[in-house]
Design a protein around this ligand. Sequence first.
Ligand code: HEC
Length: 149
Amino acid sequence: MKRMILTAALLAGVASGTAWAQSAADAINQRQAGFKAIAAATGDIKRVMDASGDLTTVAAKAEEVSAFGKRIPALFPTGSGTESGQRTRALAAIWQNKSDFDANAGIMVREADRLAAALKANDRTATAAAFGAMTAQCGVCHRPYRAPQ
Ligand code: HEC
């Protein structure tokens, strides 16, 4: 019986995509790759905005930022700071204020969703506002939680 419960819990953990038994190194590699990807996606959006191009062509890039933003809380498990011995710029302040950190990611998701809607509507004014709000959130989180290079 105990084993069945354990198995069920294990399967539930895997099925819900949680960071079950995920090593610190895995989490660090995944989040660093993800942040690089959203920085590239943000740059792609900016280029089309600056060129007054068809905004609908980059709506999926904003959705990429939103999707990664939802994964941020789970990609910072306890023990994945510098104490892991891995190369990471994640500051200890993250785990001292994890709910604030996670809330920052949530705001970025909300703004990325707004941006995706504005891009899909090819609405330049709404895009400019949402893009500004979304990218401001990068800095809001980096200042307290990311070590300088
Ligand atoms: C919730 C907090 C948070 C938000 C929001 C956030 N970042 Fe970060 N970012 C971090 C942390 C913490 C690191 C350091 C991760 C590490 O080294 O383990 C990081 C690292 C990075 C890196 C370096 C990745 C590498 O190692 O090569 C880039 C680039 C980056 N972020 C871009 C962005 C951009 C662009 C946005 C907004 C669209 C953004 N971030 C939003 C917290 C955040």
